[in-house]
Design a protein around this ligand. Structure first.
Ligand SMILES: [Ca+2]
Ligand SMILES: [Ca+2]
Ligand SMILES: [Ca+2]
Length: 627
């Protein structure tokens, strides 16, 4: 039937058009954007004529031939909107079919290459109740059912009829749409409302608004990458939770700490916990578990429209990783992690465990400047700095806490070990390796320690050179050089690119990343060369471990030509990411007596309580904690 249709059309035209001059002219679309598509011009006559197609102004003034005259009976042409080499301006026109001086047929045409614009975009919450930091295109909401700041209103003026697409996006290095609406709107002022569920994560959300006009022109407000997003041309909605954070990474016991809180709850309950001793696994990236070290205190909260800072008296608590859990009376929760560092380095333990506080902040996508993109180089906006002391998103939990950090702290608690817990900021206060080795026989880097300052790198290398022992339980450690100035880290160069390959210190260095696509167990390679490591595990060469976890991987390290002499591969995951891309767990000793272990896979330390791994770590601890 469809193949017959053109014949039926022609026959009908003949039937109603007995005159020789009868003609049909079809022009589509009537709203034409040359940048969106071509204009289709079709004509048919009852007999062959010398005809062409002209473009005229609405008042009939001829602008030129679109299709020059020629003897023809049918015409089917796709026009690109140009006369000669020149683009025809937006406006109202007529297309006409011309035979000599006779106009056989005409059709109106509107040329429109200009997308519909959104003017005067603004953002506010429903009650027009700004939180500190709100501005014209940035509004704060808290959808917790208390009738304050429950929904966001995004207003704009549309300058021509269009379909408008409203998207709420969560950005990392690109936006992910979490809520969207379409509406066909007339010119004028309009508002979109976003009323998210109370369970939405507290962070900023970039609003994207796209227009599609009648001619098919599109325009989007709201960047699709952080580089373009440095200047906000749409709007941002901040979902406020119980955002909280200490202003320093660590404190001495019994000192006063500064705890910043941003929330619009009316009552808060605060309680401090020490992590590691809890008897439960941490199953979520927005959760911290621990053992309480003080009584909960409930306080009325008056700072409902601004940031406020509490002076928090810390107890005489042992060194460790702690957090204050802040529970609002509406059920929202925030965590403010901090470290109690040793009052005097090395006084109670000859082992220091360094929490990866620089890397935590590098992966913290908190958007303090309110452009909808995280204030980190991982947003890929050409930003090369991250500021320390920012509250963490995901209710305040350090990035990858659940996967890379918490299990080692649980292993310490379960095995009764009480090393000094320090932060990378604390390492900045230890001037020399000679000083460090007076305090500690072993320094452990349990988690992902990717970003280190020159001071930290030098301190650890010189400490190793003096015979200090090092244990690295993750991977991709000591990878980037960062400069620390005014509480801000600036990422500069890879250590390997400044002549200091990290394998020369660790034994291995970063080799590859597949985002966790493929994970496999380790295969033991050193049952005879390093029997002390495997004692009590029952593992011999060729045996595997980690299968009960689904294997190891994500980011892997490998030996290089720069690995110190005598570096032994203890275990490996052969060809994990392809031929030669092998994760290697290594160990070496130096003539000065240093003993250095590296885990080789980023998630090794995060599996510390798995029985086999626990035994391996105990063996390792016994050997490396001895001077
Ligand atoms: Ca338009
Ligand atoms: Ca609210
Ligand atoms: Ca930002």
């Amino acid at each position: 039937m469809r193949r017959l249709a053109p014949f039926a059309f022609v026959l009908a035209a003949l039937a109603v058009a007995p005159s020789a001059a009868a003609a049909e002219l079809t022009v589509a679309p009537r709203d034409f954007s040359p940048t969106a598509k071509r204009l289709r011009i079709q004509a048919s006559l009852t007999q062959v004529e010398h005809v062409g197609v002209q473009l005229t102004r609405a008042d009939g003034r001829v602008l030129g031939w679109i299709v020059p005259p020629e003897r023809r009976r049918f015409l089917d042409f796709r026009w690109n909107g140009r006369l000669g080499a020149r683009r025809v301006w937006d406006g109202s026109y007529r297309i006409r079919l011309v035979d000599g001086f006779r106009v056989l047929a005409t059709s109106p045409l509107r040329i429109d290459q200009t997308p519909a614009r959104l003017l005067n975009i603004n953002a506010r919450n429903r009650d027009r109740m700004p939180f500190q930091g709100d501005k014209k295109r940035f509004t704060t909401i808290s959808p917790n059912g208390d009738k304050l700041r429950e929904s966001a209103k995004i207003g704009f003026t549309l300058d021509e009829p269009a379909q408008v697409h409203f998207e709420v996006t969560r950005t990392l290095s690109s936006p992910t749409t979490i809520y969207e609406l379409w509406a066909n709107l007339k010119p004028g002022r309009h508002t979109f409302t976003w009323f998210p569920h109370w369970s939405i994560g507290a962070r900023t959300y970039l609003i994207r608004l796209s227009t599609l006009d009648r001619a098919g022109n599109r325009r989007t407000y709201g960047a699709d990458n952080a580089r373009a997003g440095r200047k906000l041309d749409s709007a941002v909605v901040r979902v406020l939770g119980v955002d909280a954070g200490f202003t320093a990474e660590s404190y001495a016991a019994s000192s006063a700490a500064r705890l910043a809180i941003e929330t619009d709850a009316t009552e808060l309950t605060l309680q401090t916990f020490r992590t590691g001793g809890e008897d439960t696994r941490t199953h979520s990236d927005t959760l911290m578990n621990g053992v309480p070290v003080d009584q909960p205190v409930t306080i009325p909260w008056k700072a409902r429209h601004r940031r406020a800072t509490l002076n928090r008296a810390l107890g005489p608590w042992p060194t460790g990783v702690y957090f204050v859990k802040i529970t609002a009376n509406d059920g929202r929760i925030g965590y403010a992690p901090f470290v109690i560092r040793p009052t005097t380095f090395g006084e109670r333990s000859r082992v220091a465990v360094v929490m990866p506080t620089n890397t935590w902040q590098a992966y913290n996508f908190r958007d303090s400047d309110g452009n909808g993109w995280g204030d980190t180089w991982y947003a890929k906006g050409a930003q090369s700095t991250v500021r320390l002391g920012r509250m963490f998103i995901r209710r305040g939990v350090p990035p990858q806490w659940r996967k890379y950090d918490v299990d080692f702290l649980r292993w310490l608690a379960q095995s009764g070990r009480q090393p000094d817990i320090v932060t990378e900021s604390d390492l900045e206060t230890i001037q020399t390796a000679e000083e460090l080795i007076q305090y500690y026989d072993l320094v452990v880097f349990p988690g992902h320690t990717e970003y280190v300052t020159r001071h930290e790198y030098d301190l650890m290398r010189n400490y190793r050179d003096l015979g200090g022992n090092l244990m690295f339980l993750s991977a991709n450690n000591f990878f980037w050089q960062v400069q620390l100035q005014d509480r801000t880290l600036r990422r500069t160069r890879l250590w390997r690119d400044v002549g200091r390959p990290e394998s020369s210190l660790l034994g291995v260095q970063y080799r590859g990343n597949d985002d966790g696509g493929k994970q496999q167990p380790y295969i033991v390679r050193s049952a005879s060369t390093a029997p002390w490591l495997w004692a009590g595990t029952g593992l011999g060469d060729g045996a595997t471990f980690g299968q009960e976890l689904g294997g190891y991987g994500i980011e892997i390290d490998q030996t290089t030509q720069f690995s110190p002499p005598g570096t032994t591969v203890l275990a490996e995951i052969p060809d994990l990411f392809g031929p030669g891309l092998t994760a290697q767990m290594t160990y070496y000793e130096t003539p000065q007596g240093a003993k250095v272990f590296a885990g080789g896979a980023i998630d090794f330390g995060g599996s510390a309580t798995v029985p086999t791994v626990s035994r391996i770590l105990s063996n390792l601890w016994a050997r490396l904690s001895a001077p």
